[in-house]
Each structure stands twice: as structure tokens, then as C-alpha cells.
Design a protein around this ligand. Structure first.
Ligand SMILES: [Ca+2]
Length: 214
């Protein structure tokens, strides 16, 4: 099974904003660790600063990789925690914890094993202290958790070698009609310019009738 950095396709947010160092800069695919190069996210100094990526689907996360700032203040990240899960309670901080970052040397990239923890959200937080949370890159390695409905689709098709994570294939199957209602994860829907995004937080919804053939 292919393990990708799925954070690259996610949507990031954070508890506050320092300068123009927006949350998305931590998932721009660039580990450049000099803050002036504009590839690091940063909150302002506050208690319990957090950063979160929405993976837009439920993933089994094998590892999270964090690149620390190089030009200043590498110890600011000491004590940061990585949480993974499907809840947004307490901004996602209440989700199970994968790791505590004891320290990362300036400009270095460390990997934390998460043993296939499942979740849509990956949250980094520095608990219990007033601090800046600066992240030059966060990589989330994992794979999409197949929903029961996608498995049903797999069983329904003739060619078992088709790649059902291919959105173009999914759309093509639906456009051919006659298969009825299927569900897609929001993650998969978000990848498609053809299928409109769902209006609720369910990770699965019916596409029956979307193409007038349901
Ligand atoms: Ca970056």
C-alpha cells in the first residue's frame, strides 16, 4: 500500500496568527526552515497555541514528520504534542495523543511514529504555557480508510484490478449510471471538480441522482 504525505492535500488552521505566517505554510511541501523565507506557519504568543490540519477524510496515520525553525528559538517547540482523531472538541486537542516532542534541533526534521492511529485531524499543541507555535513543515504519512460503501463499490465492479481511490474512475462509474447510490468520503469528493462537496460533516453521503440516473 502506498503511503503518501497526505497533509499536502489538507486544509490547515491555527489558533492565532503571527505576522503573515499562515497555517498553510506548514503544509506547502517545503521544509525551508528560515522564517523569513515564508514557508513556516506561526501563531502569536499565547497559552496553548495549536495548529491543525484537516485531512478531509479519515486516514490511518503511520507517522508525522515535523521540521523545526532554523533561524531562531528552536526550544519553543519543546513539549509540543501531536494528537490525531476525528473530533474537533477542544479544537481537536482532546483526540488521542501520538507523541510528545521533547525537542527538535534548529532546522531539523524529526519523525514520530503513530502506529496507524485513525483520524481526519492532526493537531499540534503546546499545552500549559504561553508560547509561539512555529512549524516549518508538518508531513502526515498515511492512507485513506476505505468506507464500507467504497468496499461495496469494489465488490460491484467487474475488474478487481481497478484503482478505486482514483476519483476519475469513481466519477466515470457514476456517470455510466445503473449502479445506484454510492458514498464517497469528503476527502475523495474534495479531489473531484465534478462532484459538489457535501453540506454536512458525514464522511459518507449518497450521490444517488447526482447525474440524473440514480
Ligand atoms: Ca513549509
Amino acid at each position: 500500500m502506498q503511503i503518501d504525505n497526505v497533509a499536502l492535500r489538507g486544509v490547515a488552521t491555527q489558533s492565532s496568527l503571527w505576522s503573515n505566517d499562515v497555517a498553510q505554510l506548514a503544509i506547502d511541501g517545503n521544509r525551508d526552515a528560515n522564517l523569513a523565507d515564508r514557508s513556516c506557519s506561526s501563531t502569536s504568543e499565547e497559552t496553548n497555541p495549536w495548529w491543525r490540519v484537516d485531512l478531509l477524510g479519515r486516514y490511518s496515520v503511520t507517522a508525522v514528520t515535523v521540521t523545526n525553525r532554523e533561524d531562531c528559538c528552536p526550544t519553543r517547540i519543546d513539549g509540543a504534542e501531536i494528537h490525531i482523531g476525528n473530533s474537533l472538541d477542544n479544537n481537536g486537542i482532546d483526540n488521542p495523543r501520538c507523541a510528545v516532542i521533547s525537542n527538535i534541533p534548529a532546522g531539523q526534521t524529526y519523525t514520530f511514529q503513530c502506529n496507524e492511529m485513525e483520524g481526519r485531524y492532526v493537531v499540534l499543541v503546546i499545552p500549559g504555557q504561553a508560547q509561539y507555535l512555529t512549524l516549518c513543515e508538518v508531513e502526515v504519512y498515511g492512507y485513506l480508510v476505505m468506507t464500507q460503501q467504497v468496499v461495496r463499490l469494489k465488490l460491484a465492479q467487474k475488474d478487481q484490478n481497478m484503482n478505486l481511490t482514483d476519483v476519475d474512475l469513481q466519477v466515470a462509474i457514476l456517470q455510466q449510471g445503473g449502479i445506484g447510490a454510492f458514498c464517497f468520503t469528503e476527502r475523495q469528493v474534495a479531489q473531484s471538480a465534478v462532484i459538489p462537496a457535501p453540506n454536512n460533516s458525514d464522511d459518507c453521503f449518497s450521490l444517488k441522482g447526482q447525474f440524473g440516473k440514480g
